[in-house]
Design a protein around this ligand. Structure first.
Ligand SMILES: C[S@@+](CC[C@H](N)C(=O)[O-])C[C@H]1O[C@@H](n2cnc3c(N)ncnc32)[C@H](O)[C@@H]1O
Length: 239
């Protein structure tokens, strides 16, 4: 990877730590829905060793016992907050550049971070190799094909959410345009295909944010099974 690409990835979230956290705090019901999905897919983590790839500010981890959670985070701003929240940030860098020990983790998860990675094959391959037998790789994301995905891609291509095409359809507080625009939005099927090629055969799927974006912050939603309707979807791949 070139120095420029590394710098670009760092810059994506540098300077946005505060805005990122406050967006979730201002969208408290949306956050609660995503948190329920996060907790549901992690399950019982007692005695387990976890790795959060792109742990950001450790916002979600601050709602679980994160004493056994290691983190990798390229943005210094975000990672420093995660450290304060109790995540053991083992590297301020990109997952692409890290050597992970083999068969070491019970759970490796990417909470929203795959959406900022171009090539998922090497990073998922590396993660699978670092999992113990029976371990889980959990991928939580906004699917490209969801209403949220469409909204972000339209905002990205228009360079604004404040456009006649979007009039009367937007949530009161949309995700910061700069972060929506720097995303590399992937579809759920695309990620499933990558995992199948890497030998994964055992899958389960959970989703939340089934309502259209302008209504998602009205109340927290329950987690449901599947991946074809949600604005936030979890793929749980078991080894
Ligand atoms: C949408 S944020 C999610 C942060 C956190 N996991 C959460 O759920 O609040 C995506 C995070 O992935 C990180 N990221 C982007 N590219 C990455 C890469 N190649 N390796 C590791 N982390 C990356 C970003 O810096 C950012 O903190």
């Amino acid at each position: 990877m070139s120095v420029n690409m590394v710098e670009n990835s760092r810059q994506k979230f540098d300077g946005y730590a505060e805005q990122y956290d406050s967006w979730f705090m201002e969208n408290a019901n949306l956050f609660e829905s995503e948190l329920r999905l996060f907790k549901k897919t992690l399950g019982d983590i007692s005695g387990k060793k976890l790795l959060s790839v792109g742990c950001g500010s450790g916002l979600f981890e601050s709602y679980i016992d994160c004493s056994q959670v290691e983190g990798i985070e390229p943005s210094r701003d975000m990672g420093e907050i995660a450290k304060k929240r109790g995540v053991n940030v083992i590297c301020f860098g990109l997952i692409e550049d890290v050597d992970l020990p083999e068969k070491s983790y019970d759970v490796i998860y990417f909470n929203g971070s795959s959406s900022y990675m171009e090539d998922l094959v090497p990073v998922y391959q590396k993660s699978i190799a670092a999992l113990k037998e029976g371990g889980k790789l959990i991928l939580l994301d906004v699917p490209k094909e969801s209403a949220f995905g469409f909204m972000y891609l339209l905002g990205k291509s228009l360079g604004t959410y404040d456009h006649a095409y979007l009039e009367g359809t937007m949530p009161a507080l949309p995700y910061p345009l700069a972060l929506a625009s720097s995303g590399v939005w992937h579809s759920t099927e695309e990620k499933i295909e990558v995992l199948k090629k890497l030998g994964i055969t055992k899958f389960s799927f959970y989703q939340t944010l089934l309502k259209n974006p302008m209504y998602t912050n009205e109340e927290p939603e329950e987690v449901s099974e599947g991946y074809k309707s949600g604005g936030y979807v979890a793929i749980v791949a078991e080894l």
